[in-house]
Structure formats: structure tokens, C-alpha cells
Design a protein around this ligand. Structure first.
Ligand SMILES: [Zn+2]
Length: 246
């Protein structure tokens, strides 16, 4: 079995057997991978501390038939506020689950890897709900599922601003086209969605250059959830957690 070493962030963790864990890692060199960590549930095991959710690690693994084996892991960085604040944790779990469900295994996505670290850092520092909304659209974009604003997703023509949205088609449709699932949204809702999709992440530490009102946020969030369900084919579990706990 080939051995390899990679930087990674822990985006999923499941107990397995008596003392083991199956860990989902987003790695810098191989994209998403699943690995087994033998003994990682024993407190004194050296894998126990680094293989906790959202931990940024350096890992040594061996390729396996179904699962790779995580042999060593060292902590490069943590996001302690995500563990200390339930709201931040809930939205970080949403981002982690989205990455885990959306990305294929063993396909290197260095830009998405770097971005995930930026998102967890930003979730610590800024409003978690708004950050998670903005981050989810960016992840969808990077993974090849953009929400189309300027080009009608049905006829492919560039168009004026439209308020008619088809989730199934993946964007705002032009006046000549129609879609069974089309919904009409308001100017304000359209603008917030466009702002969410247009955020410059290099400048996010300085704050957003648009305001977010409660009603528009609720609508934008509904559209995000519908869009995610359309892309994935099912609902993310973390959304239920957010609804029930927060
Ligand atoms: Zn069209």
C-alpha cells in the first residue's frame, strides 16, 4: 500500500467498532478522502486530539482498498470558537457536511481546501449565519454548481436582471423562457442573493459592503436550501440540527 502525507481539515467523524473512527478529511493534495483511525476514540491515543471536527492537521496515511488508514496526525491549527459557541458550531457543521456531500472522493481541489480554512476562520470571527450562507454559495460555485444571474440557464442568452428563478434550471430565467418550478422573488431578495454570490473573500475581514435584512435573509436562505436539495438530491442533516437547536 502506498503511503502519503498531506495537509487536511477534519470535516466528518463517525464512530466505528469499539475504539475506532471513520474520518472524512478534506485534503490539500487529494480532495475529499475517507480514512479509518484505529484507536482514535481512546483518550490517550495520539490520533484522538488531532482527529476532532474542524481540526487543521498534517496527516500520514496509507492507501487502502475501501478506506485509507490514518497512521499519524499532527495539529497545525484549530478553530476553538467553533467548539465553544453552539451557533458557530452548528453553521460550521453545515459547511463541513456540505463539503463532504458535494465533493467527489480523491479529486484534488486545492482552492476549495484553502477556502474551507478561510470559512472556518471567518465563522469564528463574524456572524455565523450570514457567513455560512455566503460560504455555501461560494462552495457551490467552486464545485461547479453556480447560481446563474446574467445568463438564462434555459436558452443560454445573456439577459437583463430577472426576478424569475428556477431552482431546477439553476438560475434566473429570461422573459422568453419558462420553467415549471419558477418562483418570483422581490428586488431586495434578488439583490441579497447577488450580493451573497458576489462577496470578495479577500476583503471579508473588513466586513460586508451591503446590509442584510431579516426578511431577505430568510428568503435567500430558503432558496439556498432548495438549491442544495436540487443539487444533492436530499436534505443535509445539519440543517435539521440548525432548525431544532438554534
Ligand atoms: Zn431564456
Amino acid at each position: 500500500m502506498a503511503n502519503y502525507e498531506t495537509e487536511a481539515v477534519v470535516i466528518g467523524s463517525k464512530n466505528f467498532g469499539d475504539a475506532d473512527k471513520i474520518i472524512t478529511l478534506l485534503t490539500s493534495s487529494r480532495g475529499k478522502i475517507k480514512g479509518i483511525a484505529y484507536g482514535a476514540r481512546r483518550a490517550k491515543n495520539p490520533l484522538a486530539a488531532p482527529l476532532t471536527m474542524f481540526c487543521n492537521i498534517s496527516a500520514k496515511l496509507s492507501e487502502g482498498k475501501n478506506l485509507d488508514v490514518i497512521r499519524q496526525a499532527g495539529i497545525l491549527g484549530r478553530f476553538p470558537k467553533l467548539e465553544a459557541d453552539l451557533t458557530k458550531m452548528a453553521y460550521a457543521l453545515f459547511i463541513a457536511e456540505l463539503l463532504g456531500e458535494l465533493l467527489p472522493e480523491n479529486v484534488a481541489e486545492p482552492e476549495i481546501f484553502d477556502f474551507s480554512l478561510k470559512v472556518f476562520k471567518t465563522l469564528e470571527e463574524r456572524n455565523a449565519r450570514i457567513t455560512a450562507n455566503i460560504a455555501a454559495w461560494k462552495i457551490l460555485n467552486l464545485a461547479g454548481f453556480p447560481l446563474s444571474f446574467d445568463i438564462c440557464p434555459i436558452c443560454g442568452k445573456k439577459k437583463e436582471k430577472s426576478l424569475r428563478l428556477s431552482i431546477k434550471e439553476g438560475g434566473f430565467i429570461c422573459e422568453n423562457c419558462n420553467a415549471k418550478d419558477k418562483i418570483e422573488i422581490s428586488e431586495g431578495e434578488n439583490e441579497l442573493l447577488a450580493n451573497f454570490n458576489g462577496v470578495d473573500w479577500n476583503k471579508i475581514d473588513a466586513g460586508l459592503n451591503f446590509s442584510v435584512t431579516g426578511d431577505n435573509l430568510i428568503c435567500a436562505e430558503k432558496i439556498l436550501i432548495l438549491f442544495l436539495r436540487s443539487v444533492l438530491g436530499y436534505n443535509l442533516k445539519s440543517l435539521k440540527f440548525i432548525r431544532e437547536v438554534l
